[in-house]
Design a protein around this ligand. Structure first.
Ligand SMILES: [Zn+2]
Length: 158
């Protein structure tokens, strides 16, 4: 069954590719991912350009083939859950759609985050300024999760 991601459709073939990347990244202990692209006049997401390691965590690729348009990106967390990291926040906020694969309690999970508030270009900066004073790991996690809850709709893919 394909999945609805707000106005987009995530076909099973793309979900399978997400799972493959999650497993491969876990074995190789690196982040892997790819762009999510759309053909013209289509709302069905497809796999675009691939990324490895730092490319995925610092700047997600934003390339799609030919006339395809960029819709968002997927990347994996080989050692962590599918919740966005603090570095992920500005990227996924600005791009609007991001899917993340990770491992939580020994279980594979993939979640997609879709911004459901109008883009405020200052918001990621305010978030960063707030986080800079929080040293405690679990407090930081709470603050990140709160930002996600306030700004995104979260959809469980697996
Ligand atoms: Zn990440």
């Amino acid at each position: 069954m394909s999945k609805k991601l707000n106005s987009f459709i995530l076909p099973d073939s793309v979900t399978e590719e997400m799972k493959n990347k999650l497993r491969e990244g876990f074995e190789k202990e690196i982040e892997l991912g790819f762009s999510l692209c759309l053909s013209q006049n289509s709302n069905v997401l497809k796999v675009g350009e691939q990324c490895t390691g730092g490319e995925c965590s610092i700047a997600l690729p934003s390339k799609c083939e030919g006339n395809d348009t960029y819709a968002g990106a997927y990347h994996t967390h080989p050692h962590e859950s599918s919740r966005p990291s603090s570095q992920d926040i500005p990227i996924i906020y600005n791009r609007g759609l991001a899917c993340i694969g990770g491992i939580e309690n020994d279980k594979e999970e993939i979640k997609c985050y879709i911004r459901n508030v109008p883009r405020d270009i200052e918001a990621p900066y305010r978030f960063k300024d707030k986080l800079v004073f929080i040293r405690d790991r679990s407090e930081r996690r709470k603050e990140i999760d709160k930002f996600v809850k306030d700004n995104f709709m979260t959809i469980d893919v697996i």
